[in-house]
Design a protein around this ligand. Structure first.
Ligand SMILES: CC(C)(COP(=O)(O)OP(=O)(O)OC[C@H]1O[C@@H](n2cnc3c(N)ncnc32)[C@H](O)[C@@H]1OP(=O)(O)O)[C@@H](O)C(=O)NCCC(=O)NCCS
Length: 320
């Protein structure tokens, strides 16, 4: 292999090539019908941005990818690319949480190598360079979640160890009337701009496969992504919930992410209450279905709240 260069992305000149690299992973393009199921075969050119997203996320359209990378950058993340004779043949995205003492973790958001260049050590080189950067940034741990056997084998070959399981649940909300009973819980709506960062000292209790700052940055910019895709989905709304000394910041949206203060973590039953209120707030915010990622420790709570378990991912980590 000649002249393989690994460096950071140039956002002015690399976006088209990066989207094109990611599109090479997709073997068949098709439309989506109203109910979300697969429609007629198509070509990339004929698909809307929303349909391209549905094939695998923001990486498959240059405009969506550009916004996605801005969101990652806002959260302090970094993008490395592998170049072979000026052509981009691999990409690695990492989110950091250096400013949050209990985290100090680098999370692999995405890695891809051109199918024609796989199994030649490029993925390994990208991760090694990412590890060096993360260690320099003060991270003690690198984490990733893996959905399939091939990537699982890739990470374990690089000495990542499975440290947990990440469970994915959904719940259909239907059209029931929201009944938010505030009783002894104070509910304070927050503006995103009031809080440019995740609440300091709060822990992301549910929805924690990514780093808190990246999760936060994504939610904050969700409305811009929806605008670009021309979809009519309400933007996430932010709430502070307080019950005596216990506090939580929660998001009314179709994907649950909620943060608990240390007092909130200690308080028995607070998470269940916050979950129930989040559900009602999301219903009020016109969500018809709720999705959530969680570690097994919250499985009982989610099932008791009538969430249905769907799939499981492996959560792997490696000390740096
Ligand atoms: C996962 C991926 C990035 C690996 O990149 P790569 O450049 O092919 O990986 P490397 O050549 O550095 O592989 C290093 C080792 O990982 C393991 N490995 C990599 N791909 C594997 C596969 N498909 N099946 C089994 N083991 C694999 C092997 O042990 C390999 O060493 P070997 O080739 O000497 O046996 C690449 O397959 C890819 O882009 N996949 C599609 C996107 C994806 O799934 N990304 C993961 C998101 S979590």
């Amino acid at each position: 292999m000649t002249r393989l260069i690994i460096d950071t992305i140039n956002p002015d000149t690399d976006i088209e090539a990066l989207a094109s690299l990611n599109c090479r992973e997709i073997t068949e393009w098709h439309h989506y019908v109203e109910d979300g199921s697969r429609g007629a075969p198509s070509t990339w050119e004929k698909l809307s941005r929303w349909e391209r997203w549905r094939h695998g996320g923001p990486w498959l359209d240059p405009n969506l990818l550009q916004l996605h990378l801005k969101i990652l950058e806002e959260a302090g993340g970094v993008v490395l690319v592998a170049r072979q004779k000026e052509e981009i043949i691999g990409e690695l995205e990492i989110a950091y949480d250096v400013g949050i003492p209990q985290e100090r973790r680098a999370h692999i958001v995405w890695i891809v190598v051109d199918p024609a260049w796989q199994r030649k050590g490029i993925g390994k080189l990208l991760i090694e360079r990412g590890q060096e950067l993360a260690a320099k940034m003060g991270c003690q741990l690198m984490t990733v979640s893996s959905q399939d056997q091939a990537s699982y084998n890739f990470y374990t070959s690089l000495k990542f160890q499975k440290t947990d399981r990440l469970l994915y649940f959904t719940k259909v909300l239907g059209n029931g009337k929201p009944q938010v009973q505030t009783s002894d819980v104070h509910m304070i709506p927050l503006e995103w701009k009031q809080r440019p960062q995740p609440p300091i000292g709060f822990k992301l209790a549910i929805g924690n496969n990514y780093t808190p700052s990246y999760t936060w940055s994504y939610l904050r910019n969700m409305s811009k992504l929806y605008e670009l895709m021309k979809v009519d989905i309400p933007s996430p709304q932010l709430w502070l919930l307080r019950q005596k000394k216990a506090e939580a910041v929660t998001v009314a949206h179709n994907f649950i992410r909620l943060w608990l203060s240390p007092e909130g973590e200690k308080s028995t039953g607070f998470l269940a209450t916050v979950l129930r209120i989040t559900e009602e707030l999301s219903r009020k915010n016109k969500s018809s279905q709720l999705k959530v990622y969680s570690f097994p420790s919250h499985r009982k709570l989610l099932e008791a709240s009538e969430f249905t378990f769907r799939t499981e991912e492996s959560y792997l980590s490696k000390p740096l």
